[in-house]
Every structure is written in C-alpha cells, then in structure tokens.
Write a protein that binds this ligand. Structure first.
Ligand SMILES: Nc1nc2c(ncn2[C@@H]2O[C@H](COP(=O)(O)OP(=O)(O)OP(=O)(O)O)[C@@H](O)[C@H]2O)c(=O)[nH]1
Length: 221
C-alpha cells in the first residue's frame, strides 16, 4: 500500500487524494464503471483502454474534501505491458471487476490477486465487483453464492451491479464510497496540492476503438 507523503505548496489548498486502481479482464466494464461513478452516466461508446485511463471525482467525507483518483487499467495484456509499474505506484485501494455473464473473467480473479500481491498490496482495501447484472438470465449469470465464497476467501466485499442501468447508480456509488470511507478512517494518507492537477507518474495513453464485432463487448439490454 502507498506510503504517506505530503507535497505542500504555500498558498495552495491541500486536499487528500486516494488513488484507486481498477483491474479485471478486458471488456468486463472497468471503464464504464469508473465513468458512471465520475460522470454519473453510462459511457455509450466505450473503447478498449490502452495503458491506463484516469478519472477523478471530488467527494466529501464529513466536512472534508477528498479527491478520488480512479485508474482504469487496460485488461488486454498487449495494452498493459510496461505500464504496469505506473499503475501500482502509490496505490491506496483496489477494485477487481468480472463480468457476471462470463465465467472466464471470474476465473481470472486469482491471477489478478496474484498481481496485486506481487505489488505488495495485500493489505490495501479491496473490493470485488460483478458487473453487467443487466445481461442474460438469472440462470446464465454467475451465482452470487459462488462469487461470495471467493470474495470471502480473499476477505473483500462483493458488489454485483451494472454500469449500464441508471437504477444501479447508487450501487456503483457504494463501491467507491465504501473504499473512500475505509481509506479515510485509516488516515493519514498522501496529500497533494492543486485542484485538477495530475501528480507525477500519471500517464494517459488514450483509447483504441472497440470493434463492434468484438466478443468482449456487451450491450444486451
Ligand atoms: N450490458 C452491459 N454492458 C456493459 C456494462 N458495462 C460495460 N458494458 C459494455 O461492455 C463493453 C466493455 O466495456 P468497457 O468498460 O470498455 O470494458 P473494460 O473492462 O474497460 O475493457 P478494457 O478497456 O479492454 O480493459 C462495452 O461495449 C460496454 O458498453 C454493463 O453494466 N452492462
């Protein structure tokens, strides 16, 4: 987990910043979830992330202003490559996402956990998210009890949701707010200066169009 550091520039307002990385196979909906949380709507034309996308949202906990930085990482190995070291620098919390209609994305969780562990983040707050609950039938979706067992094994809360449905907005909110509250209660954490300025080591490489025939996309409602 991230070390505490403070960058103080006289005269500038200081704000606590929590860096949260979002991991999971390609196409599970990481970008749409982070977009839903930061922009309050579904991202209609999501494209495969290259490297990492960066979004942030200011929240309030009690009377304190907090900035949540969400690092939406590429699920495709070829788009991750040497970027991985950047993702894991100064991370405070981790979100691991799978697609409830694609068991293979659930089975990948073990290897995502290994990656998290190899970067020394086993003690960082983590949550597991089953996305695309609007897709398929209850029978075709991965059973909650099954997912809950794995979440329990790794000691992380499970959220099942949909980035697509407006009615699930509060649920998406809970994912990140749960982490924010956990992090806040463990202060002190990294403090950075300057509204809206990205810190060092922040890299955004843009996005690649997701082809409409790509079988890792899903808009089934
Ligand atoms: N039905 C449905 N489709 C979704 C949902 N979330 C995302 N999608 C679709 O799933 C596809 C992939 O979404 P992304 O958010 O780009 O997936 P990602 O995990 O960021 O993918 P990478 O950037 O390749 O790692 C897109 O076509 C989205 O429109 C959801 O909750 N429900």
């Amino acid at each position: 987990m991230s070390e505490t550091s403070t960058h103080q520039i006289p005269g500038l307002k200081q704000k606590k910043v929590f860096k949260i990385i979002v991991l999971g196979d390609s196409g599970v909906g990481k970008t749409c979830l982070t977009y839903r949380f930061c922009e309050g709507q579904f991202l209609d034309k999501s494209e495969a992330t290259i490297g990492v996308d960066f979004r942030e949202r200011n929240i309030k906990i009690g009377h304190e202003d907090i900035k949540l930085q969400l690092w939406d990482t590429a699920g495709q190995e070829r788009f991750r490559k040497s970027m991985v070291q950047h993702y894991y620098r100064n991370v405070h919390a981790v979100v691991i996402v799978y697609d409830v209609t694609k068991p293979e994305t659930f089975h990948s969780i073990a290897s995502w956990m290994q990656e998290v562990e190899s970067h020394g983040l086993m003690r960082a707050p983590r949550v597991l998210v089953g996305n695309k609950c609007d897709c398929g039938t209850p029978e075709s979706r991965l059973a909650t009890t099954y997912a809950q067992r794995l979440a329990d094994k790794y000691g992380m809360p499970l959220f099942e949701t949909s980035a697509l449905l407006d009615s699930e907005c509060d649920n998406v909110e809970s994912i990140f707010m749960t982490l924010a509250h956990k992090l806040y209660s463990k202060q002190p954490l990294r403090v950075v200066s300057v509204e809206g300025e990205l810190g060092p080591g922040v890299v955004t490489l843009g996005r690649q169009k997701r082809s409409s025939s790509s079988n890792d996309s899903c808009l089934c409602s």
